[in-house]
Design a protein around this ligand. Sequence first.
Ligand code: HEC
Ligand code: HEC
Length: 250
Amino acid sequence: MIVASRCSGGRSSMDFLSRTRWWTVTLAAAWAVNAQAQSKTDAPEIAKAKYLWSQSPHGRMLERILPPAIEPHQLPEPQSAGARLALRYCVQCHYLPNPQMHSADKWQTIVERMNWRMQGKGNMGALMKDMMTGVEAPSAEELATLTDYLQKHGQQAIDPKHPALATSAGQMFSIACSQCHTLPDPQRHTAREWPGVVQRMRKHMSWANIVVGASELRTTPELNTREIIGLLQRYARRDAAKRPMPLTGK
Ligand code: HEC
Ligand code: HEC
């Protein structure tokens, strides 16, 4: 509602500066109240994004772009400049992305695409402007730090010649697990960790299906997760993960 009145265009009697101030103050106040009411556990950045979605006619679409999988403190190296930039820039339109979702090459192009969106370009530019006046784009230096950070913690793709892929469970794994990101290397997790990771992925898949909506458009194959987990465990890494953040299934 606030968004609509601000974006309805035309000249008002208020000069631009005071309108902007009014907007900023109103938004900040409304956000503070709403964020408090909405969740006591959300980080302020995420509470703010949720508030903006609640005000936007496109909010439901935006909220559905990425599942709520990771909290700020679960980011790898949460105190690093890269993590702080991700929290500052990457929850303006959707939930916090996990750097471990994509491989380094993918992050490069995704960050470029997101930067372009943050600059208000593209066919969704108008929509984004509608939603927030204050979408901030990173400086060139920040963008480089952010990209390095995401790439450093990125997903490792499985070797296409990996013996696991020659089996029928391997085929199921390829189809099911390459829909949203590169096919992961089984060495990424230990045999103990994999079931929890796959369980989380199942939730992401049902999340994605909710977005698609109509059942005839659903593409997710019936998942035999038992077989996929068995396969991943057979080729899993032996030592405990050195990563700071083995996420638990939510
Ligand atoms: C201005 C709004 C906006 C901001 C800010 C934004 N995104 Fe996005 N993001 C989108 C939209 C819209 C989509 C869905 C369409 C698409 O994939 O381009 C999306 C989709 C995604 C996806 C899922 C698609 C995929 O390829 O896996 C990832 C991951 C992602 N964004 C990462 C990021 C990162 C990292 C940042 C911070 C550098 C960021 N986003 C900042 C608007 C934004
Ligand atoms: C519907 C989209 C989707 C599908 C399908 C999917 N993933 Fe993911 N995956 C994600 C998202 C979103 C993230 C980042 C958030 C997270 O880590 O939960 C992710 C992250 C990951 C990560 C990195 C995080 C970590 O804990 O190491 C691994 C590994 C992974 N997925 C494995 C798999 C496997 C195995 C499958 C097949 C069973 C699969 N994914 C299928 C969406 C998906």
